[in-house]
Design a protein. Structure first.
Length: 147
């Protein structure tokens, strides 16, 4: 019985140390890159480091340059990249597998004008209202590191 209690306690301690997906508090969190308040739940972004620290951003155009040779972090320090699903504002999705749309009429907070979607179908629907270029994660990274 004593071993069972010790095992249960160790399991609870280990699970409390695990770090889940980052959370963005829209309206109060500050972008780690540009220092603006993160306001628009259609464009928010976040990353998590291998050490468990989270950073939030007002849009992918701030997150990408934050992680670069001249940025605050190098890519090897990033455990997870997250972007807000434009079709479901405030829902964070994996940035590496998201479907992106780059369109001047999207009007993202820092005018990078890129929106992320959890599915190609959601992106297609948005593209009817915001005609633009379909991108993947490597193309988004290139867009915001070459500017």
């Amino acid at each position: 019985m004593k071993n069972l209690i010790i095992s249960a306690g160790m399991l609870m301690l280990a699970s409390s140390c695990s770090v889940g997906q980052p959370e963005i508090k829209y309206g109060s969190d500050e972008c780690a890159h540009c220092r603006m308040n993160v306001m628009d739940a259609k464009f928010g972004a976040a990353l998590q480091t291998v050490k468990g620290r989270s950073y939030v951003f007002d849009a992918p155009e701030c997150m990408v340059p934050f992680v670069s040779h001249e940025g605050r972090l190098v890519e090897e320090e990033v455990k997870g990249w997250y972007v807000s699903d434009f079709a479901h504002p405030g829902t964070l999705i994996d940035a590496k597998t998201a479907f992106y749309l780059h369109a001047p009429t999207l009007k993202s907070p820092m005018r990078g004008n890129v929106a992320a979607f959890s599915s190609a179908a959601d992106r297609k629907v948005a593209e009817e209202h915001f005609p633009g270029e379909e991108l993947d994660w490597p193309a988004v990274k290139k867009l915001f590191t070459d500017e």
